[in-house]
Design a protein around this ligand. Structure first.
Ligand SMILES: [Zn+2]
Length: 196
């Protein structure tokens, strides 16, 4: 039986913020960043010293999400604030978030992510970086955190139940993508913002 102990949750603000310069380099990071990165067991990005000065693109690998961020940045730099929903889940928590992007001086951008609500759920080894991995891969939508199984995008809880195989055995490795619904929804927000 696998056990999982979530880190002590002491997020003072249920949000985090960072600023980009005109070249999409991270120039400053608010206090929430490290806490969220640690809560999400992403120590690689938890150390702010390592992040400042790096282009945001170093942290966004899949092509679909890069396209969406580029579209969001372009509309924000035209002076229109844009707000999009996303999920930032932990192994025992579904976090429903919104990200707002606003323009700063000199073509800079401010990205603020705020938690709207969270729901606890049974431990999902697929989202636990410490879980033992198999040689298989599963794509998870970077925005809604659903997993693609047989060309269907389904909640990870459901995927876990469906695959029962997870049990105490190794779980597939994760890679990120964008599901059709999220691509369409984010692009819809971009188009709507252009006409405001
Ligand atoms: Zn999605």
């Amino acid at each position: 039986m696998r056990t999982y102990t979530p880190g002590k949750s002491n997020l003072s603000e249920q949000s985090w913020q960072y600023d980009l310069d005109a070249h999409d380099r991270i120039v400053s990071i608010g206090p929430g960043w490290s806490e969220f990165a640690l809560e999400n067991q992403a120590p690689a990005i938890a150390a702010t010293g390592d992040v400042v000065g790096r282009p945001i693109w170093d942290y966004i690998h899949d092509e679909g999400t890069r396209d969406l961020y580029a579209a969001l940045f372009a509309v924000a730099r035209s002076g229109r604030e844009i707000v999009v929903p996303f999920r930032c889940d932990a192994p025992t928590l579904k976090r429903y978030m919104v990200m707002s992007i606003t323009s700063l001086a000199d073509r800079g951008l401010r990205l603020t992510s705020t938690m709207l609500r969270s729901e606890t759920r049974p431990y999902q080894p697929l989202l636990d970086p410490a879980a033992r991995r198999s040689d298989e891969w599963v794509t998870v939508c970077a925005w809604c955190k659903r997993a693609r199984i047989d060309d269907l995008w389904i909640e990870i809880d459901e995927a876990t139940a469906r695959w029962d195989a997870f049990g105490d055995g190794p779980v597939p490795r994760l890679t990120h993508g964008v599901c059709y619904d999220c691509y369409k929804n984010v692009m819809h927000e971009v188009e709507a913002a252009k006409h405001r």
